[in-house]
Structure formats: C-alpha cells, structure tokens
Design a protein around this ligand. Structure first.
Ligand SMILES: CCC/C=C/C(=O)SCCNC(=O)CCNC(=O)[C@H](O)C(C)(C)COP(=O)([O-])OP(=O)([O-])OC[C@H]1O[C@@H](n2cnc3c(N)ncnc32)[C@H](O)[C@@H]1OP(=O)([O-])[O-]
Ligand SMILES: NC(=O)C1=CN([C@@H]2O[C@H](COP(=O)(O)OP(=O)(O)OC[C@H]3O[C@@H](n4cnc5c(N)ncnc54)[C@H](OP(=O)(O)O)[C@@H]3O)[C@@H](O)[C@H]2O)C=CC1
Length: 288
C-alpha cells in the first residue's frame, strides 16, 4: 500500500464525517481531499470531468481512505441541487464543504466580452453560492457545519484577472455575510486566500503567463511559490474544532505578498509628471 497523506492534524479527527470538496479532481482540491480522507473523513469530490475524479478516488482508496465522486458543473443550479441530495442520501449529513472549484483565463479588462466575464463570475462567485446554499438548506441548517471558500489574493489590483478578482472579492463578502446569517444554526463560514501556489492550475497558463509567474516569484517576500499542502493545512484547520470561534474570517496563504505591494520599484523617476499625465504643478499641494 502506498504512503498516505501526512497531515499535521490528529489522526481520526474527522472519523466518519462527510466533507465535500469541489474541484477535488486536481491541484489544491485533490490535496485537500487527500488530507481530509487521511484524517478519517468520507470525502465527496466533485468536478466537471469524471475521469479526473476517478483517478483521485483510486489514489485515496489505495491508502485506505473513504471517497466518492460526483460530476457536475457548480454553475448548473439543477445539477447542484440534485448532486447535494444524492451525496446526503448516500453518505449522511454534510459536516464540511470546501468551495475550491474555480478558475479563469487571463485577459486585459478592455478585451473581456460580457460572455467571458459572465463565465468567470459564475465560476468563481455564483457557483460557490449555489453549492453553499444547497449544503446549508439540505443539511447544515439542521445540525451545523463548516464551510471554507477558496478565494485569491484580492488585496490589490489583479492585472489581466479583472473578472476573477471581482468574483473573489464578492466571495469574501459572501463569506462574511453567510457567517452572520448561518451562525445561529451552528454553521461557520471562512475563506482561504492562496497567493501564487505551484499547482496544476499553473498548467492552464500559456508561456507568456508562465514567464510572468517566474518574475512574480522573485517578488514574493518568502522567496518561493506556495504549495498545495500549505493551502490544504489552512483549510483543514478551519474545519477542525480548533477553529470553533473563527467565522467570517480569511486566512491568507501567500508568502506575505499583499504586505509587500507598496514597495514599488517602478515608480516614475521624472517627478515633474504626475501618474495621470497632468503636470505635477497643476495638482493641489496635498496630492504632490
Ligand atoms: C486569480 C489569481 C490566481 C489564480 C490562479 C488560478 O486560479 S490557477 C487555476 C486555474 N484553473 C482554471 O482556470 C480552470 C478552470 N477554468 C475554466 O474552466 C475557464 O477558464 C472558464 C471559467 C472560462 C470556463 O468557462 P466555460 O466552461 O463557460 O467556458 P467556455 O469555453 O464555454 O467559455 C465561455 C466564454 O468565456 C470566454 N473565454 C473562455 N476561455 C477564454 C480564453 N482562454 N480566452 C478568451 N476568452 C475565453 C469566451 O468569451 C467564451 O465564449 P466564446 O467566445 O468561446 O463563445
Ligand atoms: N494555484 C494558484 O496559485 C491559485 C489558485 N486559486 C484557486 O484555487 C482553486 C484551485 O486551483 P488549482 O488547484 O490551482 O487549479 P485547478 O485548475 O487544478 O483546479 C480547479 C478545479 O476546479 C474544477 N472546476 C473548475 N470549474 C468548475 C466548474 N464550473 N464546476 C465544477 N468544477 C469546476 C476543475 O475540474 P474540472 O475542470 O474537471 O471541472 C478543477 O479540478 C481554484 O478556485 C483557483 O482559482 C486561487 C489563487 C491562486
């Protein structure tokens, strides 16, 4: 038998608990599924492509974990309603939900079509909302639970990711709002915001984007990309009783990137020209 996932959390912590991980067929979601299963959970992994889910199912079962696969698009409301009902019928009440599925494509904002914008907003905001609502209504409202939403580093502009940045910022507020609304049902809702994490997600980028990623790596204060297990550990912590009084919060897993942003190295050296092209002298004193 292959080695299982080595979590820093106590073995058996989630024995018999049902956890859903959307986007569990690759990258960060796959890693989270492995960690939760290694701690005793039954993990329901979801995604659009069943073959990727089946591969992860085999990996987890090979090390003795409990897992099931459920293929659906998180943006398809009817499919989500049916899939959540099917998961509960087969595996019992939902204890944890990790809204990890998502993604986008890079594009300058002025070149985004409304169709492309909508596709990405639905992938990174609407989908997570639908899955959360159904997990709450169909199960967690009765007995409590914990939801973790994977967002992104939204503490600043995200050039070429306007659609995704807007969606993830919306997801952070949805996290905060549902944390309030569902608290009295014993449901906690938190977010984890990965920075640049070397995962299968990087494979979806073209060569220009990969070159940009290599440049960005040098600007990460901790000097490297994050890895999938570092995101998974933060998610797992939020699902544990150790986080019982944490709700509506966000853990950034980003090597301190947002703290570093204001140390710009590319500020204009010609101090006679303001950033917007107006001569500096025309600006009020307080803006100089
Ligand atoms: C954010 C910070 C860091 C994050 C890192 C990560 O997330 S790593 C993880 C990274 N992992 C992932 O990102 C994985 C998940 N990502 C995805 O599945 C896609 O990015 C998706 C959300 C667009 C799929 O939405 P879908 O199933 O609805 O796809 P669809 O094919 O039907 O397209 C609908 C419309 O969108 C437009 N459009 C789409 N693609 C492009 C493009 N390349 N170029 C230009 N435009 C594009 C286009 O308008 C298209 O309509 P058209 O003109 O064809 O009639
Ligand atoms: N890697 C990074 O640096 C960062 C990643 N993130 C976010 O973390 C999450 C995981 O990313 P990562 O593992 O790197 O990338 P991946 O592309 O490997 O993971 C995305 C997963 O989501 C699934 N998915 C995407 N869209 C849908 C959909 N509409 N319905 C159902 N499933 C869907 C995909 O499976 P399938 O295609 O089969 O549906 C895939 O398994 C994503 O939300 C990503 O945007 C955020 C910040 C940084």
């Amino acid at each position: 038998m292959a080695d299982g996932y080595r979590s820093v959390f106590a073995p058996g912590l989630f024995d018999g608990r049902l956890m859903i991980v959307t986007g569990g067929g690759s990258g960060i979601g796959r890693c989270i599924a492995h960690e939760l299963a290694s701690l005793g959970a039954h993990v329901a992994i979801t995604g659009r492509r069943i073959e990727r889910l089946e591969t992860v199912r085999t990996e987890i079962e090979d090390v003795g974990g409990a897992v099931s696969c459920h293929a659906f698009d998180i943006r398809d409301e009817a499919a989500v309603v049916a899939a959540i009902a099917e998961i509960i019928a087969a595996h019992g009440p939902i204890f944890g939900l990790v809204n990890n599925a998502g993604g986008q494509y890079p594009s300058p904002a002025e070149e985004l079509s409304v169709k492309g914008w909508d596709a990405v907003i639905r992938n990174n905001l609407t989908g997570g909302f639908i899955v959360s609502r159904e997990a709450y209504k169909q199960s967690m409202a009765e007995h409590g639970g914990s939801i973790v939403n994977i967002i992104a580093d939204i503490w600043g502009g995200m050039p070429t990711m306007a659609h995704s940045g807007a969606a993830r910022a919306g997801m952070l507020n949805l996290t905060e709002t549902t944390a309030c609304e569902w608290a009295r049902s014993g449901v906690r809702v938190n977010a984890v915001a990965p920075g640049w994490v070397a995962s299968s997600g990087f494979d979806t980028y073209d060569d220009a984007m990969k070159a940009e990623l290599r440049r960005l790596r040098d600007e990460i204060p901790l000097g490297r990309y994050g890895n999938e297990s570092e995101v998974s550990a933060a998610v797992t912590f939020l699902l544990t009783p150790g986080a019982a009084f944490i709700s509506g919060s966000c853990i950034r897993v980003d090597g301190a990137v947002p703290n570093h942003r204001h140390t710009w190295t590319n500020v204009p050296t010609d101090r006679s020209i303001a950033f917007d092209g107006f001569p500096l002298a025309t600006l009020p004193e307080c803006l100089r």
